[in-house]
Design a protein. Structure first.
Ligand code: FPP
Ligand code: MG
Length: 305
C-alpha cells in the first residue's frame, strides 16, 4: 500500500475528538427538529424519538457536516440537512426490522420499534421520519437551486433506481439464491452506499461546493459507502450480538448475499481496504482541508460496531 499523505498522517493524530463533538451537535439538533413527545398524536412522536435516540453512531450526519466543512468553515446551515439524512436512515432501520422484512427483535441494543410500539405504529413512524426528512430539507437555508439539488440527490438515493429501496428489493430477492459478484455489488451500492454517498454530496452542496468538487466527493462517498457495507458484513460474522446491538450472524442464517459468503473473510477485508484506498484517493485534491474526512473514513473501516 502507498504511504499516507501528510494530511492523512496528521488526520490520524487529530482523530476522534471531532467525531464526539459532531455527534453531540447532531444529537441536539435532532432533538429540536422532531416534534416533542407531548405533541398529539403523542404515540407516533414517542415511536419516532425512540428509534432516533436509540444510540446510533450518526455516521451519515457526520459525513455530511465534514464534507461541508471543506467548503465552509464553520459549515453554516448544514446541521438540519445532516439530521434529515439520519431521519431517513432511522426510517430504513425501523422498516428493515419489521416482521415482513428482516423480522428482528434487537437494534442498537434495544427492542426494535415494532416490539415496543406494535407493527402499525412502527410502519407509521418510519413513514413519518421519511416525510419529516424532506420537510427539513425543503426548509434548508440555502439558495433555491441548492435546495432543489439537495432534495433531488437525497430522494434519488432513497428511491428505487439505484437507491436504498431498490437495493432492499434486490436484497430480498437474492436471499437464499446463489448470486454473482456484480449483483452483490449492486445490492451494496444501492442499499447502503447510495445514502452514504448522498450524505457526503449533500454536505458538499450545502457547503457551497462547485460541481467539479461535488463529483470528487461523490466518488469518495460511493467508495466509503461500499467499504462501510463490506465491513458491516464482516462484523456480522465476527462480532457478538452484545457488541453489535443487533442480532449477529443473521446474514448467514437468512442466507443473505454478503461479501464473506461470496469471498470469505480475508478477501472481504482486502476488498474493504481497497474501497477505502479509493475513497482516500478521491479526497487528494483537497489536501489538508479534507483531514477530518480522511480520519473519519479510517474510523468507519476500523470500527467494531
Ligand atoms: C447500519 O448502519 C445500516 C446499514 C448497514 C444499512 C443496511 C440497509 C438497510 C437497513 C436498508 C433498508 C431499506 C429499507 C427501505 C427498509 P449504522 O451502522 O450506521 O447503524 P447505527 O445508526 O445504528 O449506528
Ligand atoms: Mg436487511
Amino acid at each position: 500500500m502507498t504511504q499516507p499523505s501528510p494530511a492523512r498522517q496528521s488526520a490520524a493524530v487529530a482523530s476522534s475528538d471531532f467525531i464526539e463533538a459532531d455527534r453531540a451537535e447532531v444529537d441536539s439538533a435532532l432533538y429540536t427538529l422532531l416534534p416533542p413527545e407531548s405533541e398529539p398524536p403523542s404515540v407516533i412522536h414517542r415511536a419516532m424519538r425512540y428509534s432516533v435516540f436509540a444510540g446510533g453512531k450518526r455516521i451519515r450526519p457526520i459525513l455530511c457536516i465534514e464534507s461541508a466543512r471543506i467548503f465552509s468553515r464553520p459549515p453554516r446551515g448544514v446541521l438540519p440537512v445532516a439530521c434529515a439524512l439520519e431521519f431517513i436512515h432511522t426510517y430504513s432501520l425501523i422498516h428493515d426490522d419489521l416482521p415482513a422484512l428482516d423480522n428482528d427483535d434487537l437494534r442498537r441494543g434495544r427492542p426494535t420499534n415494532h416490539k415496543v410500539f406494535g407493527e402499525a405504529m412502527a410502519i407509521l413512524a418510519g413513514d413519518a421520519l421519511l416525510t419529516r426528512a424532506f420537510e427539513v430539507l425543503a426548509s434548508a437555508e440555502l439558495s433555491a437551486e441548492r435546495r432543489a439539488a439537495l432534495v433531488r440527490e437525497v430522494a434519488t438515493a432513497a428511491g428505487t433506481v439505484g437507491g436504498m429501496v431498490g437495493g432492499q428489493v434486490a436484497d430480498l430477492e437474492a436471499g437464499g439464491k446463489p448470486i454473482d459478484a456484480s449483483m452483490l455489488e449492486y445490492i451494496h451500492r444501492s442499499k447502503t452506499a447510495a445514502l452514504i454517498r448522498a450524505s457526503v454530496v449533500s454536505g458538499a452542496i450545502a457547503g457551497g461546493a462547485q460541481s467539479e468538487d461535488v463529483e470528487r466527493l461523490r466518488r469518495f462517498g460511493e467508495n466509503i459507502g461500499l467499504a462501510f457495507q463490506v465491513v458491516d458484513d464482516i462484523l456480522d460474522v465476527e462480532e457478538s450480538s452484545a457488541t453489535l446491538g443487533k442480532t449477529a450472524g443473521k446474514d448467514a442464517s437468512q442466507q443473505k448475499a454478503t461479501y464473506p459468503a461470496l469471498y470469505g473473510l480475508d478477501k472481504s477485508r482486502e476488498t474493504a481496504r481497497s474501497f477505502l484506498e479509493r475513497a482516500h484517493e478521491a479526497l487528494a485534491p483537497f489536501a489538508a482541508r479534507a483531514q477530518r474526512l480522511h480520519a473519519f473514513a479510517d474510523y468507519l473501516v476500523a470500527r467494531r460496531t
